[in-house]
Design a protein around this ligand. Structure first.
Ligand SMILES: Cc1ncc(COP(=O)(O)O)c(C=O)c1O
Length: 387
């Protein structure tokens, strides 16, 4: 029904992943598997909806209609069993902006904010760019799986005002369980820590796993949780700058809205709203098929790395289309790994150290690409490391 094998030429479309390779890798000819968007077509029902709207000759000031909110509410109920209402939904141009708005809305300079590295790097700057203080609750890696250090989290929660949660977690690929989320949530409730639950990858769940929205766990937890969701990763429309922040607590919602409104960012993007509504209305089977395809790509990587006998390992993923690869068994330091990947393998990946503490010796590779490309990437990788 959908052709995920199709290779699409993205050159010269002003896209970061391909067109800025020289800037980030010092050369143009690396196979780009870094930026977290997909090399798959945005589904036809979204493109058709955007084209239909584009036919009207005026793209003036716009607002989001009731049907836009309905599509989000229904999707979240259908896909994630969480009942929300339109009043809780606040527009944000993106989730990284939403993290920064949260810092401005709920904390003051000097306040402490918990993050769980290795984690998506804008979590750090959403703290430090505003003169707030990072508290690193480093994830624990045991037998190829990441866990939360709850004792350390509980200690840090005593002095923190806020917590940036990545759920599912980028880059380690965990879908946090109900038990893990409940423990985190309850510690935050006890210690008055506001939870910013970045659930941008909530729809990208691999077969066999189930995402649970943090705020759906209990009223107490919902009361302190700001949930960030978006159609951008789900349907490959990050360029359309349209996301949602769900806040059931009216006081917290007003504070968040004040930041967005004071910056005059609430109007949003006309085409983003059209695309979002279409995706959330028609996208169920597309996402299911997408994640089956991505799951097969993970298998390609796992099989390929088997021959390295543990020198390069795949951390088994539960969600996202990012694979987190452990190169520590190669004996190379980060500089050397990077040098081999760029210059010998010709691969453009995301270097582990940018994800903070615990990222050393790792690399993140984006598997939202046709399988033929993933196979080529694995051949290049194995050859470059002499396997
Ligand atoms: C955890 C996480 N949050 C946010 C983003 C990006 O959000 P946005 O592009 O909406 O600012 C990403 C993109 O990779 C991500 O992985």
């Amino acid at each position: 029904m959908y052709d995920f094998d199709k290779i699409i030429d993205r050159h010269a479309t002003a896209n970061i992943k391909y067109d800025l390779r020289s800037k980030f890798f010092g050369k143009d000819d690396v196979l780009p598997m870094w930026v977290a968007d997909m090399d798959f077509e945005t589904p036809d029902f979204i493109r058709d909806a955007v084209k239909e709207r584009a036919k009207h000759p005026i793209y003036g000031y716009s607002f989001r209609e009731d049907s836009y909110y309905k599509s989000i509410i229904n999707w979240i109920y259908r896909r994630h069993n969480w009942d929300i209402v339109a009043e809780w939904i606040v527009y944000s141009p993106g989730i990284v902006p939403a993290l920064n708005f949260s810092t401005l809305a709920y904390t003051i300079p000097g306040d402490k904010i918990i993050v769980q590295p290795p984690v998506y790097f804008p979590f750090f700057t959403a703290v430090t760019d505003h003169d707030r203080v990072l508290l690193n609750n480093k994830l624990l890696l045991s037998n190829g799986k990441y866990y939360i250090d709850f004792d350390d989290f509980e200690d840090k929660a005593k002095e923190a005002s806020m917590f940036f949660l990545s759920s599912p977690h980028n880059p380690v690929g965990r879908v946090w369980t109900k038990d893990e989320l409940t423990r985190l949530g309850e510690i935050c409730v006890r210690n008055n820590v506001i939870i910013i639950s970045d659930e941008i990858h909530n729809d990208l769940i691999l077969p066999g796993f189930k995402h649970i929205p943090m705020a759906s766990l209990s009223e107490d937890i919902s009361d302190i949780t700001i949930t960030c969701v978006a159609p951008s990763k789900t349907f490959n429309i990050a360029g359309l700058a349209t996301s949602s922040v769900i806040i059931s607590n009216e006081i917290l919602r007003r504070k968040f809205e004040k930041v967005v409104n004071n910056l005059h960012l609430s109007m949003g993007n006309l085409f983003g709203a059209v695309a979002s509504q279409s995706g959330y209305t028609y996208g169920d089977s597309w996402v299911d098929l997408l994640m089956q395809y991505v799951s097969a790509n993970f298998k390609i990587v796992e099989d390929a790395l088997n021959i390295t006998d543990g020198a390069i390992k795949l951390i088994p993923a539960e969600a996202t289309y990012m694979a987190w690869l452990d190169f520590r068994g190669t004996g190379c330091d980060d500089e050397k790994i990077k040098e081999i990947l760029i210059n010998k393998a010709g691969l453009g990946l995301s270097a582990g150290p940018i994800f903070g503490d615990g990222g050393e010796g790792f690399q993140r590779i984006n598997l939202a690409a046709p399988s033929s490309i993933v196979i080529v990437a694995m051949e290049k990788l194995l050859h470059a490391f002499n396997f």
